[in-house]
Every structure is written in structure tokens, then in C-alpha cells.
Write a protein that binds this ligand. Structure first.
Ligand SMILES: [Zn+2]
Ligand SMILES: [Zn+2]
Length: 611
């Protein structure tokens, strides 16, 4: 049951950096001037438009007051309201009865009900308006006015405090929104937000930094409010979902990979990218506690409630469906008369997708600076059928984030003899082929203004220090005009993750050195210096940084100042058991296996855990 729930949860984790509940048309913030900058201010106010789930959307009671947990903290509604107590109450009897009888004794129905009561808080009515008790925490004033709670909330999603910028904090804004919301309302709110920022700062133009799903709101605004071109100075897209994600395209077209029985029982969890193999194989074996028919029916019921009951009623979710997948998905989920109002709205966004590159080109022609950040060389998460058929960043396929660049698939390179296509680059001296020959950036709409990060995962974007440094520079000044402006920021860069290294460096710097020998001090200083210089070098790879991290951690562990990374559990035995079961008994549950085999398997498992 829990495992089956994981499947549905995985669908959301993956949908998780892209995609927020009903915000009734909010009152706009004050239009009173807040900033002290004069007429000759050198900066532009900058609005961050975050990605899926990167806004605080909280559970409320029937009176609109925030519900609090037992520690007094507000409760997040994204991606679901997980009330474990009620989930157990719903599931416990059907689960026990189904295990005892080896039949579906209300289990699949209970799982559907759990999805309804948890994810259902984010559902919408037939006009695409949220109906659940949730409220989005919004910031209708600049970052300089944020209280401690707000600073912490926002930094959890985008770590501003780690990456200083010249941009004054009273010029920095965060547009929070509900990823499950109504997309047309979100566009209206963003446009109003821009007007508010202009009034509060006295500036007549702003910068926008849309991340992932946030780019769908900006893209629609360009279509619905074309006059906004006069109010924009620069847009810095970061891993934008401009053409949606194949995850949603597949899921909305019944191409859900874990509903493939053979894959679920052999390989899905291991290839998910979120579990170690030990855990993945253990789940595969545990699935067999029920007959496969019962397990598959339960999982399918969960997916059906999630997709039909929640996701396909949210017009903001529909913005993540690629245009090539939209007509068939709309036919399947939106063709009933009850859903006609939802379809009228999503049809509107379909047009946005068909025009988005033209709209961006118009902006550029109008003098607005537009940049893009793309991450590549990861398969898309394996919940969707097409997951390993094209290059991606784990969440979005790269043709979407790159506005049409050409990629070899993960593990491959562009064909021998492949010549740069120069669809959008007119300078024959430019080389837009990536060093490892995976990308031809020249077919993307903005070849001279798009930065590529090899091997960065979409959901870990906020841990890539180079992307953050680039963003902080972009919002502060106009020194970088293209991928040739600065040797520190060339077109092709690396995936990096400094989420472990930075705290280790902090520990090393703050360590009480009074009890250390001269040799220990030297080792520590050397490792710290090396880590800092590697960190300062934007051209160093993620592996270079991981080597520094390992060296620094080893010294700190020896000094008792850090914990060693636990060795991964050896998956050999569980892997052989799971593969043995699959090879000999397919996807059958334990009760469907001969008794003697079960005895042997349990003896093996028991001896493994004893040993
Ligand atoms: Zn100013
Ligand atoms: Zn070029």
C-alpha cells in the first residue's frame, strides 16, 4: 500500500520542480513608493517567478485561517495534504483484509480515497478554480521588507543569502503562486504584480527571472498582455518549461510507465533515481505480499484519481503538457460538456505554446534582453514512457527548455559528420556544438544567449552555484550580453551540486583549532584552500567539486567535526532474490508461488538480515 502510494507520489515528485490552490483574486499590494532610489538609479527591479511547488501554499480551515501542526507550524498543501492519521484509518482494514484473503477487499477503493483526501485539496471546479482550503503566502513588497520567516521560506527555494548580488534588496521581488492554480488568473496576477513593482520602485521597466513552471506564466503573459514588452528590460529564463514536459504529456495520455506490470516488478524503482538499489529491490519483493492483479488495480486506481480528479482539472498543470500531446489529452480528459470551461482556457494556452518562440523573438526585436539556462544529459524521470528516448534534465525534455536546440540522447553523441545547423546563428565563426558533442545550440531560438549545464538535474538547480552566480550577476547589471561576454560564463558549463560542500567549508572555517596539531592544521587549510579555489573556478566540473568535498570531509571526520557518509547497503542478495522471483514466477504474489519456494526465499531473507 505504502509502496503503491510511493508510485503516485513519485509522479508528483517528478512533476515537482515544474508546477500551486485557489488564490482568490488577491488585493494588490501597496502602490506607495517603497524604494529610496532616485531618478538615476542604475538598477532594474527584478521579479523571481519560481517553479513548481516553490511557493508556500498552506492548508487552512473553513474560515480561511491557517491550520497548524502540533509544533505550531503551518501545514503545506503541496503537493498534497498528508494527514497520516486519516490515511491509516482509511487504509488499515482494507489492507489487512486484502493481505489475509489475497483479494481486493476494498483496497483499491481505499487507495483512491486516500488520493482524494490528500491530493484532493488541490483540485478545482469545472471552471478551473481551486476548491480546497488553501492559501498562498504572497509577498507584495520587496525582499528588504521580508520578515525572518519569509526570508527563510524563500531561501528554502532560492538561496539568495548564499549568493550576494549588487542588486539592492529593495529592488528584489518574489512572485509566489499556486502551482495547481488557474493559469489565466496567475497571468493576470503577474501582470498586476509588475504594475505594483513599478509603482513601489518608481521604475518603468523590470527584469523577470522565471524558473521552470514560472516560465509558462510569463510565456502566456507575452501573448495575453503584449504591451508588457514596453515594461520589460530583461528576462532570464532558468530551465523553462516553455514547451511543457513529456512527463505530463505522457501521463495525460495514459503512458504511465509504472502501470507496466513487468517494469514495476523489475527495474522501475531502481531506475527512479530517488532510491538506492537495496531499497528499490526490497520494494520489488514486498510488492508480492499481494497478488499482482490486486497490486496493479490499486496503483491504477490511485493514478486515475490523481490524474482525473486533480491534475486535469488544474489549468496550470495543463500548461505543462507539450503541444504535441495536448490535442489527444484534451480529447480524453476535457471533451465532456462539464469540462468545457476548463477546455476553453487550456485551448487558449495551447495557442500560447504554438506562438511562444515568435513571441520571444518579438521581444528580442523590441530590444528586451532575453537569456536562457538549460540543463542536459539526464534522462527524464522514468514515470513516463518516453523517459529515456530523448535528452532531458530529469524533469523536462531539453528541446522544451532550450527553445528547440538539438541534442543527442543521453549516452550518445551527435552523429559522425554532423554539422552545426546554424538555424538561428548568423555568425559563421561561432561554435555552438558542446565539447562532448551532445548539443547543437545553433538550432535553439537564442544560440548566443543560452547557457548549457552538462549533467545538472532540474530539481537540484538551486544547488548549482554557477547558475546562481550567473543569475545574481544578470539581475545586477548588463555586463553579460551573450555567451561570449565573460570567460567566467561561456556557453557550455557543468552540472554542480554544492549543497554538501558549502556546510563542510563553513564547519572547517569555524572549527576550534586550539587542540589541533600543526600537521592537522595544515591538512585542513590545504583542503579548504583547494575547495575554495575549485569553487571559485566556474569551469571546474561537478566531479572536481565532489573530490574536494570528499577530501575535506575525510579530514573533518578524523577531527570529529563531521559525520562520514554511510556506505550504501549491499544490494546483491536482494537483487538476486528479486530477479530470481521475476525470472521464475513473473509478477505473481507470494501466495501464488509454490510453498516450498516461499520457504526458501524467507530463509534466505532471514539469514541475510541476521548476517
Ligand atoms: Zn532603483
Ligand atoms: Zn552564434
Amino acid at each position: 500500500m505504502k509502496k503503491a502510494f510511493r508510485c503516485a507520489a513519485a509522479l508528483f515528485v517528478c512533476a515537482a520542480l515544474l508546477f500551486t490552490l485557489h488564490v482568490p483574486c488577491l488585493a494588490l499590494g501597496s502602490s506607495e513608493k517603497i524604494t529610496a532610489c532616485g531618478e538615476d538609479c542604475a538598477f532594474y527591479p527584478t521579479i523571481i517567478i519560481p517553479g513548481l511547488g516553490q511557493s508556500n501554499v498552506m492548508v487552512t480551515d473553513d474560515n480561511g485561517e491557517f491550520l497548524l501542526d502540533k509544533n505550531g507550524a503551518k501545514i503545506s498543501a503541496f503537493p498534497a495534504y498528508l494527514d497520516v492519521g486519516s490515511m491509516i484509518r482509511i487504509a488499515v482494514f482494507p489492507l489487512l483484509a486484502s493481505i489475509l484473503t489475497q483479494k481486493d477487499v476494498g483496497l483499491s477503493a481505499a487507495f483512491g480515497k486516500i488520493i482524494d483526501t490528500s491530493f484532493g485539496i488541490n483540485t478545482s471546479d469545472n471552471n478551473g478554480q481551486n476548491t480546497g482550503n488553501v492559501k498562498t503566502e504572497r509577498y507584495l513588497y520587496p525582499y528588504s521588507e521580508f520578515n525572518d520567516y519569509e526570508v527563510e521560506s524563500v531561501n528554502h527555494h532560492v538561496p539568495f543569502e548564499l549568493y550576494p548580488t549588487e542588486l539592492p534588496k529593495d529592488h528584489l521581488y518574489y512572485f509566489a503562486y499556486n502551482s495547481f492554480g488557474n493559469h489565466i488568473d496567475l497571468v493576470d496576477e503577474l501582470y498586476e504584480f509588475i504594475q505594483m513593482v513599478k509603482a513601489q520602485t518608481g521604475h518603468d521597466k523590470v527584469n523577470l527571472v522565471p524558473l521552470s513552471q514560472g516560465s509558462t506564466i510569463v510565456s502566456a503573459m507575452l501573448e495575453y498582455y503584449p504591451q508588457v514588452a514596453d515594461e520589460l528590460h530583461k528576462i532570464f529564463f532558468v530551465v523553462p518549461a516553455l514547451n511543457g514536459s513529456i512527463i505530463i504529456g505522457d501521463v495525460f495520455n495514459d503512458r504511465v510507465n509504472f502501470l507496466n506490470r513487468d517494469y514495476l516488478y523489475n527495474g522501475f524503482f531502481d531506475e527512479l533515481g530517488l532510491l538506492d538499489e537495496f531499497t528499490a529491490r526490497l520494494i520489488e519483493i514486498a510488492l508480492r505480499i499481494l497478488p499482482d492483479e490486486v497490486m496493479m488495480k490499486t496503483v491504477a486506481e490511485g493514478v486515475r484519481h490523481l490524474v482525473e480528479g486533480v491534475m486535469t482539472k488544474s489549468t496550470a498543470m495543463w500548461t505543462l503538457c507539450p503541444p504535441e500531446d495536448y490535442p489527444s489529452a484534451a480529447q480524453k480528459y476535457l471533451s465532456s460538456p462539464e469540462r468545457a470551461n476548463i477546455k476553453a482556457q487550456t485551448d487558449k494556452y495551447y495557442q500560447v505554446q504554438l506562438h511562444h518562440r515568435d513571441n520571444i523573438q518579438k521581444l528580442v526585436d523590441h530590444g528586451v534582453q532575453v537569456f536562457d539556462v538549460v540543463e542536459y544529459n539526464w534522462p527524464v524521470i522514468n514515470v513516463c514512457e518516453r523517459w529515456n528516448t530523448m535528452n532531458g534534465d530529469y524533469i523536462i525534455h531539453t528541446t522544451s527548455t532550450s527553445m528547440g536546440a538539438t541534442f543527442a540522447n543521453v549516452g550518445e553523441t551527435l552523429p559522425e559528420g554532423y554539422v552545426q545547423q546554424n538555424t538561428h546563428c548568423t555568425d559563421p565563426t561561432h561554435n555552438h556544438i558542446s565539447p562532448e558533442r551532445i548539443v547543437d545550440a545553433s538550432t535553439g531560438l537564442l544560440p548566443d544567449a543560452t547557457f548549457y549545464f552538462n549533467g545538472n538535474r532540474h530539481d537540484l538547480t538551486q544547488h548549482n552555484d554557477v547558475i546562481l552566480k550567473l543569475a545574481m550577476k544578470m539581475i545586477a547589471d548588463d555586463e553579460i550580453r551573450d555567451v561570449y561576454s565573460s570567460p567566467d560564463f561561456p556557453q557550455f558549463l557543468f552540472g554542480r551540486n554544492v549543497s554538501e560542500l558549502l556546510p563542510l567549508m563553513k564547519t572547517a572555517k569555524e572549527l576550534d583549532r586550539s587542540g589541533l596539531s600543526e600537521q592537522e592544521k595544515k591538512l585542513l587549510d590545504d583542503a579548504l584552500t583547494k575547495a575554495q579555489s575549485t569553487l571559485d573556478n566556474n569551469l571546474a566540473s561537478g566531479d572536481d567539486l565532489k573530490a574536494c568535498e570528499a577530501e575535506l570531509r575525510a579530514i573533518l571526520v578524523k577531527l570529529g567535526a563531521a559525520e562520514a557518509v554511510p556506505a550504501p547497503k549491499d544490494p546483491t542478495v536482494l537483487r538476486s532474490i528479486s530477479l530470481f522471483l521475476y525470472d521464475h514466477f513473473g509478477t505473481n504474489g507470494f501466495s501464488e508461488l509454490p510453498a516450498l519456494t516461499i520457504k526458501l526465499i524467507f530463509q534466505k531473507i532471514v539469514s541475510f538480515f541476521k548476517g
